[in-house]
Each structure stands twice: as structure tokens, then as C-alpha cells.
Design a protein around this ligand. Structure first.
Ligand code: BGC
Length: 384
């Protein structure tokens, strides 16, 4: 029975990946076989089973997720040729997630997405010190953040996977036992909905997100500077040279950060503006224009005319980190040994603002016992 189940996952993988397409910089190939073996993800770590899970819908869109870090490994979406393009960066095997330079491909991020200045924050007069893994700051929950944890996985049906993780009191320096549940749901309209829930037994802070790196022409297919980006934000949060927000909300008007109308990512990415220099390109949190504080609203849209693929991001969060892949470099080998070079992927991480625990003017990221933290983000794909 177990063997049959494994065999069917392997079959599904090859079926979905046979429809897959890596694309290249100027054209999109209709079909190109991309081989990934579920076995390359099956391993027992610290008594927990790591596996690769496949979600598919009636349009044959497929999403592969590993419970190692709750990572989205591959997302195969229809392109304008009638074939499929794998639009996220990742690795061919679990092992590569342990020994390659980029740590966050596709991962669930927690307890705190993005940076906390000098790894310090206070709660009720007590100072907490976190690991400094991005000197002089803490980044993405620290070295053993949620991206490096083995989540419990329950496949609910062909289109949904539930992941859960209990983060112990003071794990990575954060107070409270935090119980987190994340539901990945592939919808019939080619959306991936990610729903997050968390509770704590002591007052704590949290900021959960997903860190997928996208290239709408296919992972490893060259620059994203030609992609057209729209961000529904009149303001962004400028940063210092260590990428900590200064606390100011700056107008995007007349700056390289004005993406209120579709604009090529590369238009101003080499500007000499201080903010672009501080981010080494785009690595900034945008303050989303919101009509309500909790409804799902459109935050950003990205489109590539090469593949014809459009990505829309909807969220309940107040902010989005637009990161343009400035720290990628071509020594990084991804799936199929393709090079993941400088600015060949972008991230749109829905979130509360970086360093909010130390900025009283930013929306609070505190969670208290008895309350349930809930948020949701949708990545919706279509062809235009
Ligand atoms: C950060 C970048 C960082 C990247 C790591 C982004 O969320 O803003 O500064 O290099 O994550 O993958």
C-alpha cells in the first residue's frame, strides 16, 4: 500500500513535470521535461519524515511542497503557448536545501519575517536578544527559523495540504509556545491560497510570510528586470544601510519606488538614489493602500510578455516586501542545475513591517494568549 502510494506520487511528479517548461530569456518553450524525484525529498530527520507533496487542479496546474520548511518547491502554471512554466526557484533534492547559499527558497518564514534591529526587542519591560544571523540584525526568525523546521503534514485532498508546527517557548529567543497552522490550497482559478493561524501561551511577537522567489519566464531563465510590476502603495518604508526601516513613511511619487502603474522592474533599479543604494536594488517594504484592515485586497501584479504569465498577489497584511534578487549570484545552482543569477527572481512577501517590535508607529506584531492570529495571502496566476 505504502509502495503503491509512493509509486503514484512518483508517477504524478513525472506527469506534471513532463508538462513543465523552464523557458528562456527570449522565448517560451511549450514543453520541456523537468525531472524531479519525490525520493530526493524523502528522508527522516530527527525522527520526522520529510516528503514532497503534490497539489493539482483541473487545469493541470501543479504545486510541489515539502514539509521541510513548508517550502514551495515547484509551481507549474499555464503559459501563453499552451504549455507550462515552473515559475519558482528551488532545488532538485532536499540535500541541496542544506548546502546551498540561499536559505529561503519557497519557505515559510517565522517567527518574524524580515529584520529585527540588532536582534533585540522588548515586551512588558523585558529585553529579548535573538541570534544575529544577518549582522548586525536578525533576519527571518534566525538560523533555526520556520524555514529550517520539519512541519507535520496532512494532505486534506488533491488540492490542499495542511502543515503544523509547534515552536517551543524561547525557541530562537522568542517567548511563548507558538502553535502554527498553515494551509496551502490550490484553487480552480489557478490561485495558491496560503492561510496562516497561530496561538501562543505567553505574550509574544510574530510576522509570518512565504518566501517564494518567482521568475515568470521560468526559474533559471534570466533577468526579471523586464517583468512589469504594479504595487498598490503610495508609500514605502525607507531603510538604513543595514536594511532596517528608519520609521518614516515616504511618498513613492517621483522615486524609483513608484510602481502604482505597471513599470519594468529594471527601469530604475540602477538608480543612484540613496534608497536603491541601501537596498543594493529593491529590498523594501511597501505600505499597501488598504480599504479595510482585514479584507483580501490586491497588493501587487507582475506580468511577463514573454511567457504571457500574470501573477496577482492578494493579502490581508498591511505591507509587502519587494525584493529583486540582489543577493542571488550565478554560482548558485538550482533545479536542473540552472544558474540562479543576480536579479533573476523577485519576492513579494506579504507581511507586517520589518522591525515593527521596535517602531511604535508601525502596526503591532504582538500576539497574546487567548487570541488567534489569522492571515491569508493569495498568489493568483493567469495568462494574458
Ligand atoms: C530580505 C533580503 C534577504 C532575502 C533573503 C528578503 O526578504 O529583505 O534582504 O536577502 O530575504 O532571501
Amino acid at each position: 500500500m505504502y509502495f503503491m502510494k509512493r509509486l503514484s506520487v512518483v508517477f504524478m511528479l513525472f506527469f506534471a513535470l513532463a508538462c513543465n517548461n523552464a523557458g528562456n530569456q527570449n522565448t517560451v518553450k511549450k514543453d520541456s521535461v523537468f525531472q524531479i524525484s519525490a525520493a530526493a525529498y524523502q528522508q527522516e530527520i530527527k525522527g520526522k519524515k520529510v516528503d514532497l507533496f503534490l497539489l493539482t487542479n483541473k487545469n493541470k496546474m501543479s504545486v510541489f511542497i515539502s514539509n521541510f520548511g513548508g517550502r514551495i518547491v515547484s509551481v507549474n502554471v499555464p503559459n501563453k503557448t499552451g504549455g507550462f512554466t515552473d515559475v519558482v526557484l528551488g532545488y532538485d533534492s532536499l540535500q541541496h536545501y542544506f548546502n546551498r547559499k540561499e536559505n529561503y527558497f519557497g519557505a515559510l518564514i517565522g517567527r518574524y519575517g524580515n529584520r529585527i534591529a540588532k536582534g533585540k526587542f522588548q515586551l512588558d519591560g523585558k529585553t529579548y536578544q535573538l541570534a544575529i544571523n544577518n549582522p548586525p540584525n536578525t533576519l527571518h526568525g534566525g538560523p533555526t527559523g520556520f524555514h529550517n523546521q520539519i512541519w507535520d503534514a496532512k494532505k486534506l485532498d488533491e488540492q490542499s495540504l495542511e502543515l503544523s508546527y509547534v515552536s517551543k517557548d524561547m525557541e530562537e529567543g522568542y517567548p511563548g509556545t507558538l502553535t502554527v497552522k498553515v494551509l496551502y490550497h490550490l484553487l480552480e482559478d489557478n490561485s495558491i491560497a496560503i492561510s496562516y493561524q497561530a496561538t501562543t501561551d505567553k505574550k509574544t511577537i510574530l510576522n509570518l510570510t512565504n518566501h517564494s522567489y518567482f521568475n515568470l519566464n521560468g526559474a533559471g531563465s534570466g533577468t526579471i528586470n523586464d517583468h512589469l510590476l504594479t504595487i498598490n502603495a503610495d508609500k514605502f518604508t525607507p531603510v538604513d544601510s543595514t536594511l532596517i526601516p528608519t520609521g518614516v513613511f515616504a511618498d513613492v511619487v517621483g522615486t524609483p519606488f513608484d510602481f502604482r502603474k505597471p513599470r519594468a522592474i529594471g527601469d530604475s533599479v540602477n538608480s543612484s538614489s540613496e534608497q536603491i543604494q541601501n537596498g543594493k536594488g529593491y529590498d523594501h517594504n511597501f505600505v499597501l493602500n488598504r480599504k479595510s484592515s482585514s479584507d483580501m485586497e490586491l497588493a501587487a501584479t507582475v506580468y511577463s510578455s514573454i511567457s504571457g504569465i500574470k501573477l496577482e498577489v492578494f493579502t490581508r497584511e498591511p505591507g509587502i516586501q519587494f525584493y529583486g534578487g540582489n543577493f542571488l549570484d550565478s554560482s548558485l545552482l538550482g533545479k536542473k542545475d540552472l544558474h540562479y543569477g543576480f536579479r533573476t527572481a523577485f519576492c513579494l512577501e506579504t507581511q507586517h513591517f520589518p522591525n515593527a517590535p521596535n517602531e511604535s508607529s508601525f502596526a503591532s506584531t504582538q500576539l497574546i494568549p487567548g487570541k488567534t492570529f489569522e492571515t491569508k495571502t493569495i498568489y493568483k496566476f493567469s495568462v494574458q
